[in-house]
Write a protein that binds this ligand. Sequence first.
Ligand code: SAM
Length: 255
Amino acid sequence: MWDPQQYEHFRDARKRPFFELLARVPVSAPRFVADLGCGTGDLTLTLAERWPGSRLSGVDSSEPMISEALRRPAPAHVRFELADLARWQPDAPLDVLVSNAALHWLPGHEALLSRLVGLLAPGGVLAFQVPANFEESSHRRIDEVRALPRFAPALASVRRGHAESLAFYEAHLSGLGLSVDAWETAYLHVLPGEDAVLQWLLGTTLRPVLAALGPGEEQAFLDTLRPLLRQDYPAAAHGTPFLFRRRFVVAVRPS
Ligand SMILES: C[S@@+](CC[C@H](N)C(=O)[O-])C[C@H]1O[C@@H](n2cnc3c(N)ncnc32)[C@H](O)[C@@H]1O
């Protein structure tokens, strides 16, 4: 379902939140670090540079993404694994658990976060970032096309991404005894190229939708969506402005 090349298209804009998240992780020498939903692994490898003395696991449930990660030259203390992060079990408690732009694909954040906190060592840090763009025009337009009789039956069981509120994350994680730093940032990306917002969505949000439609209906879906996005996101001479909100949480387990 995932296409590493399409995902890498807007790499710089997608990287920035990862570094803004990691800048708030107050750990100098962790023993064991995991990056859950690590994708193509390039950001995981920046963790290996930051913490050269730590063991590092990158985990992703997509075969093409993990294959891409495995192709990268990596130091011996880095390992990439194909697994569902909701079930993945590390062989030792984690000092840092990072998840960038992945948890919104999973349902049930209350139970999921309780489970992830249970994987942390005393003093361990859970740091995650999720898109919070689901009410923006781009997503509403996708929903509108999904609901058309031509596409709705094939897409009925395809989940939308979902993020809880900052208040929810703060309340749940502090209820589990962690100290929580939570914030939201809105990025105004100016995307280059033609149909830039569609190209952006093709890297992430549209992947499960197109996979469920299959090649026959994929083109018809995109042909219906494209003019709606052009209307809502007109291209300027210098690019297409695209507002994107993201939520960040860094939570520290007591020692
Ligand atoms: C938007 S990409 C983010 C990749 C990487 N973290 C980054 O910031 O570049 C989302 C990734 O989450 C992965 N993912 C989604 N659901 C997952 C699950 N249940 N278990 C593991 N990985 C998952 C996808 O395969 C995809 O590689």
